[in-house]
Design a protein around this ligand. Structure first.
Ligand SMILES: [Ca+2]
Ligand SMILES: [Ca+2]
Length: 517
């Protein structure tokens, strides 16, 4: 316990001293840049759930920066758990699935203790949770026809949304993983036969307006309300938003052994999908898949050879060419071993849950070379993980309407860039705008400022430190910010995630910025 107590004290000290965003503290913030690597070690973790699937299951943490200190078996979870981390709330949510049917809330800033746990319906088999705000969340329920709306902290029910209109012939759509992009919730529907577990038609994605809690019609040309219909059956993996391409990515399994699945890319603006790569291209059944910010794919596969000669492996792939680049690992330890989830972090590493029967652990790979860095013991076989960052001091929850901002190259200059907002789905990928006067409906959900009022944008790194301040330039009714990707000392920033906060009148909307190479 001494280690974790010390860690917590360090965290508290870091947070207490962390940079309220005022002019007077800019010099202080810059003078502490040399402490960034230490701060990272104290503030970023892999949160891992481990399970033997029948009698014991725990959660553990790995500090992301070497020496990768671990804290094993911090607390217990159910034997069928998956993890979601909400950066806005700074909370870990463990979805305790089959036969447990509850959500467990874990606070990273309270030494990763469980602070709440609530049922979401006996026999409902919850599969995922997403927060629309600090008081409203959605829980997908695999066995039931209705998606649950709850208070994410108390579990108080706020209602349900019926998805049975999208179900296959058994009446249950098998709702699975979710993601929110702007003001829309995307819910994968496996659409499998509930008795045979085989695909019963194509996979689907239900789209829900999180303001109105109603289904969005993805094909207005047809009568009734349509979901996004995938080209592939059984969307099985985690549903991940890839901010650089602005697409949602999901691995589709089809059936085990059929090679009819693949990786689907979903456009959350156009409400369409395409197949990036097929199971036949990759040569195995897909159980997980992701894209890195550099556009490289990773997938966990299982050979289609008959048992006991079928082995799991991790491969990297080129989504543009549709072929395997490298095989990073092949599990050869035989019966009972498997590979579970993968996750990428902003340090350019891929974590792989290795459920080797005799030597389980977390395998960590360098995505630039596709070589292993290390394997770490986390106790029982790991099953799922999320990367946890302590919230950046002073930056409030990201406004849902401004949740995704992308730095786009400016065609007239190789250095200058424009901050653009991809969140306003109704207007496509328009530039950040402000309304011409307070209360104008021109740009709902953005901000209002008087004409010609100075509008400032502040760029922060993930530690909450001010990196740069920008003055907006009015172009018609829009304000354009240009950032040359340098900090206030003129040094180019490294690729990664940054947070932008706009100061305009009384409003301070904030959003995420992804800087690519
Ligand atoms: Ca079904
Ligand atoms: Ca398959």
């Amino acid at each position: 316990m001494k280690d974790s107590t010390t860690r917590n004290m360090r965290l508290r000290r870091l947070l207490n001293s962390s940079f309220p965003f005022s002019m007077g503290l800019v010099c202080f913030a810059l003078s502490t840049l040399s402490l960034v690597s230490i701060a990272q070690a104290q503030t970023e973790y892999a949160f891992v759930v481990t399970t033997d699937f029948y009698s014991a299951a725990y959660y553990s943490t790995i500090e992301v920066v070497p020496p990768r200190t671990t804290h094993i078996n911090i607390g217990t979870v159910s034997t069928d758990p998956v993890v979601h981390y909400d950066p806005g709330e700074g909370m870990v949510f463990v979805i305790n699935r089959y036969l447990a049917d509850n959500i467990q809330v874990i606070d990273p800033q309270a030494d990763f203790t469980t602070i709440a746990q609530y049922s979401v319906g006996n026999g409902s088999n919850p599969h995922d949770i997403r927060l629309a705000s600090s008081t409203k969340a959605y829980v997908s329920r695999f066995e039931w026809k209705t998606l649950l709306i709850v208070n994410p902290h108390s579990g108080d029910s706020l209602g349900v949304i019926d998805l049975s209109v999208f179900a296959d012939s058994d009446g249950i759509p098998e709702m699975d993983r979710m993601e929110i992009v702007s003001d829309r919730l995307f819910v994968t529907l496996n659409c499998i036969d509930h008795s045979t577990w085989l695909p019963n038609g194509p996979g689907k994605v239900a789209v829900i307006d999180i303001q109105a809690d109603t289904l969005v019609d993805c094909d207005p040309g047809l009568p009734g309300i349509q979901p996004i219909v995938l080209d592939l059956p059984n969307p099985y993996s985690e549903l991940r938003y890839e901010p650089c391409s602005g697409k949602l990515i999901v691995g589709c399994l089809g059936a085990w052994g059929d090679l009819l699945g693949g990786v689907a890319s979903i456009d959350p603006c156009q409400l369409t999908s395409v197949t990036l790569v097929s199971e036949a291209d990759l040569g195995g059944d897909i159980s997980d898949a992701l894209l890195t910010p550099q556009g490289k794919g990773y997938a966990v596969l299982l050979d289609t050879l008959p048992w006991p000669d079928n082995y799991a492996r991790l491969v990297s792939f080129d989504p543009a060419a549709g072929n395997v680049i490298d095989t990073l690992y092949v599990q050869t330890s035989g019966t009972g071993s498997s590979l579970a989830s993968i996750e990428a972090n902003r340090q350019g590493e891929i974590y792989l849950c290795d459920r080797n029967l005799t030597q389980p652990g977390m395998r960590i790979y360098d995505a630039s070379t596709d070589t292993i860095i290390t394997k770490i013991d986390v106790g029982l076989p790991p099953f799922d993980l999320e990367f946890v960052q302590i919230p950046w001091a002073g930056v409030e929850r990201i406004s849902p309407q401004l949740s995704r901002l992308i730095i786009m190259p400016n065609p007239t200059s190789t250095q200058a860039v424009v901050v653009r907002n991809q969140a306003r789905l109704e207007e496509g990928c328009a530039a950040w705008g402000k309304s011409a006067g307070s209360g104008s409906a021109k740009s709902p959900g953005l901000w209002s400022a008087k004409p010609h009022e100075a509008v400032e944008a502040m760029i922060y790194n993930v530690e909450g430190r001010l990196v740069q301040r920008l003055t907006g330039r009015e172009v018609g009714e829009e304000t354009i910010f240009r950032w040359n990707l340098e900090d206030e000392l003129g040094r180019r920033v490294s690729p990664g995630i940054y947070y932008c906060r706009v100061r305009a009148g009384d409003n301070e909307p904030a959003g995420t910025i992804v800087v690519t190479r």
